[in-house]
Design a protein. Structure first.
Length: 112
């Protein structure tokens, strides 16, 4: 029996923040985080994926806004150019890639 995954806004936000934390503290690499999100996506029932995608994009967008605000605050406080800005487009592309890859693997497994 497949594991059920919650697609509530809070559950998705928690998942994203846990993955960010594992990357920040060095427990996982970017590739490992990407693989983790792919595996998580596969556990979501296909009927729940549109709402999961909506919440995931919302969380990623807001996370990028928060990082941008932190960067701007740091720039203002230090009078130096800050680091690389967050790229919301990159986050959206990642979600689109996961969704497409999931659709392809679902089509492959149903035809096999």
């Amino acid at each position: 029996m497949p594991q059920e995954v919650s697609v509530s806004y809070q559950a998705i936000k928690s998942k994203v923040y846990r993955l960010i934390d594992t990357l920040v503290v060095g427990e996982k690499s970017e590739v490992e985080v990407q693989e983790s999100i792919r595996r998580w996506w596969e556990l979501i029932h296909p009927a729940d994926r549109p709402i999961a995608q909506k919440y995931l994009l919302l969380v990623l967008g807001r996370s990028c806004q928060a990082l941008d605000a932190i960067e701007e605050g740091l720039t203002d406080a230090t009078n130096h150019e800050a680091f690389r800005p967050c790229e919301p487009a990159k986050a959206f592309k990642l979600v689109e890639r996961v969704v497409k890859q999931s659709s392809k693997s679902a089509a492959f497994s149903s035809s096999a």
